[in-house]
Design a protein around this ligand. Structure first.
Ligand code: GLY
Ligand code: MN
Ligand code: MN
Length: 444
């Protein structure tokens, strides 16, 4: 028996085919990501499309997956032909025959045959499943293929008469992580945690932000991570108040905090960690006060990250703690209810506490219940197998009425959580987040 038929990828295709049957059957089309030129003769590093890889395990560019949910189900790959000359320049290509065997497809063709095979595959099928309105190129190709099918109508051939959004079906599958994915996500999280430990051990006044970034990248890569999962943020002092800071080119100052938001991608799975720590190894009183508020907010959010709670509950739990902390420190005035009602806390906490995480750092999956009848019941109910970040923060820009000792302090603490039957598992606990533990780590 071909072992490729037992892979997670094969099982996922079977699962998707079953859902296509539930909608009456048809043909699904899914291209992988295009290669993109960065500048003359130099490409951006190639990264396959997440959906495509989720269903195939195949990471070469110029490939399409076609699934036929019909009398006989079929999974068909279109990919690049073997080509000795191109392989000498660019490296190994599986080629259709080898790919079919290795990845367990029912058939495989050269990518050049896509245009001639698709009208045949779409003929007499009731529906087509694809990423609706997501790509002009895909829309255009599909139109040409459907025109070719319709041109045969007088010979009794029918064309699909319905279109369904393929991405929605795969998004929902990917929202629930299987054992294979969880294993990789745990390892990705561990590597990233180690990288943050290394950053804490390396940071010192006078170093440049990019020197610390280099330590993170070194740790990612030496453990086999292929890419950072997103652009690393290494933000000293006031730079931490820029949520998507990208410069990473300032000098670290004695007495400042350093906020690092960085995570590796390992075997197509992201991790996403933020830690904030003192450049000189010791929190000032004002920094410590705000740090402990953010940490308490994260603890409250983690406690609320459990099945049958809603996606919004950890956010609300974090906001409650942050708002109370802002009142206690004099950064906000009024009562807790007033602060929550008016949203005045958003001056210092302006982002959401969580996002799904998986193959994409901001992973797919609806944040709303699909059939919600009211706003109160709209937020997605959490279930085991979902994975999400928990990342409260406080960002204090200089402003009238803001005590000066808090100016330019930016703090975020971010971990990745996997929903379990009883609560959640923190995947990123390999790097400390308590102020005392961070200070202890930095002393060594
Ligand atoms: N690093 C991206 C995020 O935290 O959402
Ligand atoms: Mn995040
Ligand atoms: Mn992050």
């Amino acid at each position: 028996m071909n072992t490729a038929l037992n892979t997670v990828y094969h099982q996922r295709r079977q699962h998707l085919l079953a859902q296509m049957h539930a909608q009456g059957g048809g043909v699904a089309l899914l291209p992988t990501a295009p290669e993109v030129m960065r500048n003359r003769d130099s490409d951006y590093p190639y990264r396959h499309d997440s959906h495509f890889y989720y269903l195939t395990g195949f990471s070469e560019p110029e490939a399409w997956l076609v699934l036929v949910a019909g009398e006989k189900d079929q999974a068909i790959l279109f990919c690049r032909e073997k080509n000795l000359e191109r392989e000498i320049w660019d490296g190994f290509r599986h080629g259709p025959a080898h790919a079919q065997e290795k990845f367990g497809f029912d058939a495989a063709y050269a990518i050049e045959q896509l245009g001639s095979e698709m009208p045949r595959l779409l003929a007499n099928q009731p529906a087509v499943f694809y990423a609706l309105n997501s790509s002009r190129d895909l829309d255009h190709k599909l139109q040409r293929w459907l025109d070719a099918v319709r041109a045969q109508s007088r010979s009794g051939v029918t064309a699909p008469h319905a279109a369904f959004d393929l991405l929605h079906l795969i998004d929902e599958m990917r929202l629930f992580k299987d054992a294979h994915e969880i294993d990789i996500m745990r390892r990705a999280a561990q590597i990233s945690a180690q990288a943050h430990v290394r950053a804490m051990q390396t940071a010192a006044p006078g170093k440049m932000e990019y020197e610390i970034e280099a330590e993170l990248l070194h740790e990612f890569r030496r453990h086999g991570s292929q890419f950072p999962a997103y652009g690393s943020i290494v933000a000293g002092g006031a730079n931490a108040c820029v949520l998507h800071y990208r410069g990473n080119d300032a000098k670290l100052k004695d007495g400042d905090l350093l906020l690092i938001d960085a995570g590796c991608e390992l075997d197509s799975y992201a991790s996403d960690i933020t830690r904030t720590f003192p450049v000189n190894g010791k929190f000032s009183a004002a920094q410590r006060t705000l740090y402990d508020i953010v940490l308490a907010a994260q603890a409250a959010a983690i406690a609320a990250t459990q099945p049958s709670n809603r996606f919004i509950d950890p956010h609300n739990a974090a906001v409650n703690v942050l708002a109370q902390g802002l009142l206690d420190t004099g950064l906000l005035k009024g009562s807790l209810d007033e602060v929550l009602e008016s949203g005045s806390y958003k001056q210092f906490y302006m982002h959401r506490t969580s996002h799904w995480i998986g193959m994409d750092v901001h992973d797919v999956g609806a944040y709303r219940e699909l059939n919600a009848r009211s706003e109160e019941t709209a937020s997605r109910i959490l279930q085991p197998g979902m994975a999400m970040t928990i990342e409260p923060g406080l960002y204090i820009r200089p402003a009238d009425g803001v005590p000066e000792h808090f100016w330019n302090i930016g703090i975020r603490i971010e971990d990745d959580a996997l929903l379990t039957p009883t609560g959640c598992e923190i995947l990123t606990s390999g790097v400390p987040n308590k102020a005392d533990e961070i200070e202890a780590l930095m002393r060594h």
